[in-house]
Design a protein around this ligand. Structure first.
Ligand code: SF4
Ligand code: SF4
Length: 323
């Protein structure tokens, strides 16, 4: 008798689609996954419907990999449904893990976002000042639209999460290893982030050029300097968040001459990635003079967006109103 293969699922919520690409980028290794498991739900690639999932017995999916943050009532419902149907629910990618780029919307109120999108944007043409209704009546009949909630949340702020696959998007090696690990006989400790628990600097090809002490009079953007391709980017004044970011991506951005922006979140011992990155960067400022320090800090464009680019919803401050 042939043994039934374990079932896995992929789903997206508030997502750019990059995490779906990351699954496809696994390339021929996806065959190892397909050989080991049946994909029973993957709306971006396969024609399954929500009703198909509703009919599955609870707990019958071994692992669901859910990417994207949670912003709407529909996303919250799908997270709850897939939680019920899955033995392991995996937050896949920065948005699901920490709130990600969509989480930067938490710097604004729901009302100001709707105002900007439906009325104020230069490309918006809305003379009748129409807003989507709940429900919406139009020529197709009555539609019930998902509710756009007050703020963006990471997946574990909505349902219980078993594992996290970090990255924006996660690198193919991390994805393949994570999937095959969960299909194996020895699943990792619940709550694990499925990537090495150390700072990116430890696997960076430029780590030997990183000085023990860095002292900076200004921070630079990549387009402002001729970057030395062999030297530590931070030592060149570029805001590289490698010291406050979890390893596992093999420093792909740094290899491409771009500073790390922190998408894999912080290593396990760090509670607050933004604060850790901010304090690591502040300690490099080469001045004791208050006004000079202010001038140096002014060379950091958009500090909140830089240090909390991927982690605002999961951070201690949550959003600018702190709720
Ligand atoms: S983690 Fe990055 S790639 Fe994945 S959905 Fe979010 S923004 Fe897109
Ligand atoms: S700071 Fe950036 S460039 Fe320097 S060693 Fe760390 S990851 Fe590499």
């Amino acid at each position: 008798m042939t043994r039934e293969k374990p079932k896995i699922a992929f789903y997206w919520c508030a997502s750019c689609g990059g995490c779906e690409e990351a699954v496809v980028d696994v390339a021929e290794q996806i065959l190892d996954v397909v050989a080991a498991a049946d994909i029973v739900f993957w709306p971006v690639a396969l024609d399954f419907k929500r009703s198909d999932v509703e009919q599955m017995p609870d707990g019958s999916i071994l692992a669901t990999f859910l990417n994207g943050a949670i912003r709407t009532s529909e996303q919250e419902e799908m997270a709850g449904l897939l939680r019920r149907k899955s033995k392991y629910l995996v937050a896949f990618g920065s948005c699901s893990h920490l709130g990600g780029i969509p989480g930067l919307a938490n710097f604004f109120t729901r009302e100001s976002i709707l105002q900007a999108v439906y009325f104020d944007a230069p490309t918006t043409e809305n003379p009748d000042r129409v807003m989507p209704g709940l429900p919406l009546n139009d020529r197709h009949g009555e539609l019930t639209l998902p509710y756009f909630s007050d703020r963006v949340r990471s997946l574990d702020q909505v349902v219980e999460v078993d594992y996290y696959v970090p990255g924006c998007p996660p690198q193919p090696k991390i994805v393949t290893r994570a999937v095959l690990t969960l299909l194996g006989e020895h699943p990792p400790t619940k709550g694990s982030v499925l990537a090495p628990d150390e700072a990116l600097c430890t696997e960076c090809p430029r780590k030997d050029s990183k000085p023990d002490k860095i002292a900076l009079k200004a921070f630079r953007r990549p387009q402002e300097i001729q970057i030395d391709e062999t030297q530590c980017l931070l030592a060149q004044g570029l805001l590289c968040l490698g010291p406050a970011t979890r390893a596992g991506c093999e420093a792909r951005c740094v290899e491409g001459n771009m500073p790390c922006t922190g998408c894999c979140g912080a290593p396990g011992r760090v509670r607050e990635q933004g604060a850790k990155a901010l304090s690591a960067i502040a300690s490099l400022i080469d001045s004791q003079d208050e006004s000079e320090i202010d001038q140096i800090l002014a060379t950091i464009p958009d500090p909140a967006g830089t240090f909390y680019r991927y982690s605002l919803p999961a951070s201690l401050i949550h959003n600018k109103r702190g709720v």
